[in-house]
Design a protein around this ligand. Structure first.
Ligand code: PLP
Length: 608
């Protein structure tokens, strides 16, 4: 009933009086925030961002490493940068930059555009690391960032990049950047994002190439610029052991390079990969370590290697992004239809004389109770089978068939409710509930808002915002509003999700999709032309009251067409011409006006 909130929730939310509440400030219920936003005229899916949860994650990263450094009497320092690829949206980046100042937390850029963002927004003395493949213009941008006074490290992914840095350095009088080398470890991570590490990885220099890089730097008298070695064994490392191996491997490379004369080499950048617990199920945890274990292992192992090889303990850099960004963002989508609602008693069209089996079904439905529900449920299924055969033989008609469908579905609902109250002791009922799920149509697009679920099967915690004091009885499949059968989170016995039986004519029902702050928005697709959702930043003032600091509506139809490079004037002209067949001028004008209003409508559905 608590949707595993104690597993994935990080104590950020709690349930009270059936509502899901934010465990911060005056502890508002998420449903109350949504209602306030709706009152301001915003409908449809909404992304809520909570900057206090960004702060919490940054704080816990720095605290864990600094504590380990103190405990092990480690001589190097801890630094961190946020990899912009994880979330480049201003509604995330700008609050992050504000929080980062206190920690001297910097930014990592993997492309020219990300680098421009880092140059514009990074705090004054905070580091910038630059990864990814680079051309000379990107290296020139890095130099300009260096001239701005930032502490810049360009990490080379291959020897050609080193040659480009050398060529660009000749264009300037000074070299205002440090050089890093991404090393190709033989260790790789585990899980669906493990491809960034390992000997077959797309990135980094092999040992032979590293030695060649050192020779080139020596020849160019630039070895003093080599400051950092870097690796990244993949995102969401769910097992700690590959990380330990990677630390040993990189620690030894660091020590050997120092011995080869790289006297300013003073940092190891361990990349990202720190995992998030996405699981809602105790038996299916997504990671086997805590942030404390992670930081202790890194610090302890680097100390051990440095002492053994008699080199100074290196500074430690991390580029963890998922860990920092995921918890801060929640997608909330209104449920707009439950498909069993068409199986409602009011839709029965019973005749004066019904076929005997329909009469019997009706009788069973009227008299089913908590003592007889298993037997009656079995009888109902038998009757239903027979009724379908009678329909195929042309003996009963479509109205009889519809009545049977409604009655059987209503009986299943009743039987499931009784069975839930008794803890699902009957196997048959449990498996029927798993087979006959309720379909919850939610106003959002999985392609836009949960692309990692669509592409990689990554699960995100899902739970309703209300009714949390009532046992959910319906095995749930969630459908999005795209016209694509992939736009579905199917019920799975392995990851069962149960939701409530609600009458949407009488009450609203919203689903929250949690931990969606990393990668989802930028990877999101405009499939079916559904694009960004509504978005809000929720802050807390010093008294602890929440305030909606920023509210941005989802795109309008005309805006998404412009985004695709359509000429909107041409579209408007074409639409107008097509209405010319209406002879009555008044009528034509009226319909044209309506059409133009609809062109400015939002892309998601309205709560009609
Ligand atoms: N650093 C590099 C080089 C990366 O490629 C990535 C992402 O894959 C990250 C950092 C961030 O990783 P994560 O979000 O798992 O912390």
């Amino acid at each position: 009933m608590n949707y595993g909130i104690d597993i994935w929730g990080g104590n950020n939310f709690f349930i009270e009086n059936g509502k899901l509440k934010v465990n911060f400030g005056n502890q508002p219920a998420l449903i109350d925030i949504i209602k306030e936003i709706e009152e301001r005229g915003f409908q449809g899916p909404i992304l809520l961002r909570f900057p206090h949860l960004i702060r919490k994650q940054i704080n816990s990263l720095y605290s864990a490493f600094n504590k380990a450094i103190k405990e092990f009497n480690y001589k190097g320092k801890f630094h961190a940068v946020f990899p912009l690829k994880v979330n480049q949206f201003p509604t995330f980046v700008k609050p992050l930059i504000k929080i980062a100042n206190k920690f001297n937390y910097g930014l990592e850029a993997g492309s020219k555009a990300e680098l421009i963002l880092a140059m514009a927004y990074n705090n004054k003395n905070a580091p910038i690391t630059i990864n990814g493949f680079k051309d000379k213009d990107m290296i020139r941008l890095a130099f300009i960032a260096g001239f701005m006074g930032y502490d810049v490290t360009i990490t080379i992914e291959g020897l050609n990049e080193l040659n480009s840095i050398i060529e660009v350095s000749k264009e300037y009088e000074k070299i205002p950047v440090n050089i890093g080398i991404r090393i190709r470890l033989h260790t790789s991570g585990v899980g669906i994002w493990a491809k960034s590490g390992g000997i077959e990885s797309k990135f980094g220099l092999s040992s032979t190439e590293i030695i060649e890089a050192i020779d080139i730097l020596k020849k160019e008298k630039m070895l003093d610029k080599l400051k950092m070695i870097h690796f990244h064994i993949g995102s969401q490392i769910n097992d700690i052991s590959p990380l330990k191996k990677a630390i040993r491997e990189s620690g030894n490379i660091y020590a050997d390079l120092r011995k080869m004369g790289a006297k300013n080499l003073s940092a190891i950048n361990i990349g990202g990969g720190l995992a998030i617990e996405y699981s809602q199920w105790e038996e299916k945890r997504d990671k086997n370590y805590s942030i404390e274990e992670f930081s202790n292992d890194v610090v302890y192992l680097l100390k051990e290697i440095s002492q053994k090889k008699e080199v100074p303990m290196p500074d430690i850099f991390t580029e963890s992004g998922r860990f920092i960004a995921s918890p801060s963002t929640i997608l909330i989508a209104p449920v707009i239809e439950l498909f069993s609602q068409e199986y409602h008693e009011k839709n029965l069209k019973l005749k004066d004389k019904n076929p005997d089996l329909v009469e019997e079904l009706y009788d069973l439905y009227k008299t089913i109770n908590e003592n007889n529900y298993i037997e009656y449920f079995h009888d109902a299924l038998d009757h239903f089978e027979s009724l379908l055969t009678l329909f195929d033989l042309g003996i009963i008609d479509l109205i009889d068939r519809s009545n049977s469908e409604i009655l059987v579905n209503l009986m299943i609902k009743k039987a499931i409710t009784y069975a839930t109250l008794k803890g699902f002791k009957n196997k048959d009922l449990k498996s029927i509930n798993e087979k006959i799920q309720e379909k919850y149509l939610a106003n959002f697009s999985i392609f836009q808002s949960l692309p990692d679920f669509w592409g990689l099967g990554q699960r995100f915690p899902i739970m309703p915002l209300t009714k949390l004091n009532i046992t959910p009885t319906r095995s749930a499949t969630i459908w999005d509003i795209t016209c694509d059968s992939d736009g579905e989170i199917p019920f799975s016995k392995e990851y069962p999700l149960y939701l409530h039986d609600v009458d949407l004519e009488k009450e609203d029902y919203y689903l929250g999709f949690f931990l969606v702050g990393a990668y989802q928005e930028i990877l999101g697709m405009k499939h079916n032309l559904f694009s960004y959702t509504n978005e809000a930043i929720i802050n807390f003032d010093i008294e602890g009251n929440y305030e909606i600091e920023f509210l941005e509506p989802t795109q309008k139809i005309r805006e998404i067409l412009i985004d695709l490079d359509y000429d909107i004037d041409e579209i408007e002209r074409l639409l107008k011409n097509k209405l010319e067949i209406i002879n009555d001028e008044e009528e034509r004008k009226e319909i044209l006006g309506e059409l133009f209003l609809l062109l400015n409508d939002m892309i998601y559905l309205k709560n009609d």
